[in-house]
Ligand binder design. Structure first.
Ligand code: PRP
Ligand code: GLN
Ligand code: SF4
Ligand code: MG
Length: 539
């Protein structure tokens, strides 16, 4: 085992706010990261997930036979990996509905929704949300969807993302006489949509104009489901930073027809497509960056596509491919699993090792490990068994148990490991807390060499678009280069995928109607933010 090198990593307590006079860049970044995260659980490792949004509407005669609330609930279960703090569903009966039916709560979907609560969520359309907080505390008051009553009826919103210009938009909304009851950027979006558009409205509310107006005020980052009494709007920000896609609910028996040919029983809209088959829906397409889609009982249609400023490129979050999304989801015409395999192949081309076998840190490193194995000709075998019940909601460990760290989560498959020279693939290294104890575990189980290969480049910069990468100094790659980190974690060698390699792997088999517009956000790897460095960060 190699000796550890010294590194000056911050303790979680060192991100406590400092006095107001210490407002140089780093201190400001630290203080704002702390304020923004106030009320949220402490994060010890990894990138924390995002939110998931979901919407469903029945076609044909209403009241419908389609079990809308159950469809949404199952749709949210499929998005559970995107957020485990709280969830909610809001349904509506249609134009004559006096009120929306609302059920929200803290925790996981299966604990929040029971047969009883689902029965009460009657309706012909509805939206749902599962939350990992990025702005405002993880508390019941910030659970989504948000519901407000406007002059023109009720409005509900589910939001995935984070507004980069939250503070100025907040001032703008407050100056127009609107009150806000939380610090949530998603409530802010709800209220911003209640503002009359500058060109005014002739015959009642013009919701598409209001949405367009909001999109001009806030360039990114959001995928939204917006529900009125009898319709749902799906909205993706002009950069396409967060995912959103459309599915069609079709009869269970299609005979010899394709899903495109049969009339829809209903339509769904979701952050990811991974849950569609479980609710009898088929994937149709993505919502395009900047697109506003309207879903009614008569079908779906594009209302508008809002342009990006100054012809900037799309900026879909590349970490959706690396880590966040479920492997069976489809983005840009390709399955996430295939892209992860492609990253592994590329990693083998860039950083081959002379070893006996390839393995992975389950689950998210596994597809890349298979790609690495195929490209290198090395044999793949599992070396770690993951306890799927040690989740984020696990009891706060005592200091003694906390020191055992990831050993709680993984066991070594010692018979596969003994005497072997291993290449171990993980998807990412963030704070560097996970990989060291895993290497120890494998060495204790008899591995003769452990070479670490990471299927993404070093994380160096914070994310202002909704991912919890708090401060530069918490990112281990800003403290140690690959060789130093190898020593620090006790690996025989360590190498990352290059930024160019990652982008190539993502774009190699991508299908786009508009290839010149394709683009991915890599800001946390390169420091190049899609809209330029935000002028006024809310951090
Ligand atoms: O460098 P660190 O800060 O320790 O974080 C890196 C780890 O975090 C993520 O996994 P995580 O354990 O969060 O969840 P997973 O089981 O979904 O992979 C990621 O897949 C890495 O394994
Ligand atoms: N992770 C997300 O997308 C969060 C949405 C929103 N910013 C919130 O904190 O509720
Ligand atoms: S900075 Fe990183 S995590 Fe954030 S949106 Fe861009 S690629 Fe995704
Ligand atoms: Mg992991």
């Amino acid at each position: 085992m190699q000796s550890n090198v010294e590194c000056n990593l911050p303790t979680p307590e060192s991100t406590t706010p400092t006095s107001c006079s210490e407002s140089n860049g780093v201190e400001l970044e630290k203080r704002n990261a702390y304020n923004k995260r106030a009320g949220r659980g402490q994060v010890l490792s990894g990138l924390t997930h995002e939110c998931g949004v979901f919407g469903a509407i029945a076609c044909g005669d209403w009241p419908t036979q389609v079990d809308i609330a159950q469809v949404i609930c199952l749709g949210l279960v499929a998005l559970q990996h995107r957020g485990q703090e709280s969830a909610g569903i809001v349904t509506s009966a249609g134009k004559c509905a006096k009120n929306f039916n609302v059920h929200k709560g803290m925790g996981m979907i299966n604990n929040i929704f029971t047969d009883d609560s689902i029965k009460k969520l009657k309706g012909n359309l509805g939206i749902g949300h599962t939350r990992y907080s990025t702005a405002a505390a993880s508390e019941a008051v910030n659970c989504q969807p948000f519901v407000v009553h406007t002059q023109h009826g009720a409005l509900a919103i589910g939001h995935n993302g984070e507004l980069v210009n939250c503070d100025s938009l907040r001032r703008n909304v407050l100056e127009r006489g609107v009150g806000l009851s939380t610090h949530s950027d998603s409530e802010l979006i709800t209220q911003a949509l209640c503002l009359n558009p500058p060109e005014g409205e002739r015959d009642g509310p013009d919701w598409p104009a209001r949405i367009r107006h909001f999109m001009q005020l806030a360039p990114m980052s959001y995928s939204l489901v917006i529900m009125l009494k009898d319709k749902i709007y799906g909205v993706r920000d002009p950069y396409g930073n967060r995912p959103l896609c459309i599915g069609k609910i079709v009869p269970l028996d299609l005979g010899n027809q394709t899903p495109e040919e049969v009339p829809a029983d209903g339509w769904v809209i979701s952050s990811e497509s991974c849950g569609f088959l479980s609710i009898g829906a088929r994937y149709m397409r993505e919502v395009e960056p900047g697109e506003i889609v309207e879903m009614t009982r008569n079908g779906i249609r594009t209302i508008d596509i809002v342009e990006r400023p100054e012809q900037k490129k799309q900026a879909f979050c590349i970490f959706e491919y690396v880590y966040f999304a479920r492997s069976d989801s489809i983005f840009e015409g390709q399955m996430v699993y295939s892209v992860r395999m492609e990253c592994g192949r590329q990693l083998a081309r860039e950083a081959l090792v002379n070893a006996d076998m390839v393995s992975s840190v389950p689950e998210s490193g596994t597809a890349a490990a298979h790609g690495y194995a195929r490209e290198s000709g090395l044999h793949f075998a599992e070396v770690l068994c993951k306890n799927r019940y040690v989740g984020r909601t696990f009891i706060q460990p005592s200091p003694r148990l906390r020191q055992l760290g990831v050993a709680k989560k993984f066991g070594a498959l010692s018979e596969n490991v003994k005497g072997k020279r291993l290449v171990l693939i993980d998807d990412s290294i963030v704070r560097g807390n996970t990989i060291g104890p895993i290497i120890r575990l494998l060495r204790d189980a008899g591995a003769s060499e452990v070479h670490i290969r990471i299927a993404s480049p070093p994380l160096l910069y914070p994310c202002y678009m909704g991912i919890n990468i708090p401060t530069r100094e918490e990112l281990i790659a800003n403290q140690l280069d690959a060789d130093q980190l190898a020593k620090h974690v006790g690996a025989d060698s360590l190498a990352y995928l290059s930024v160019e390699g990652l982008v190539q792997a993502v774009q190699r088999n991508l299908k786009s109607a508009n290839p010149t517009q394709v683009g991915h956000c890599t800001a946390c790897l390169t420091g190049e933010y899609p809209g330029g460095v935000p002028q006024e960060l809310s951090w």
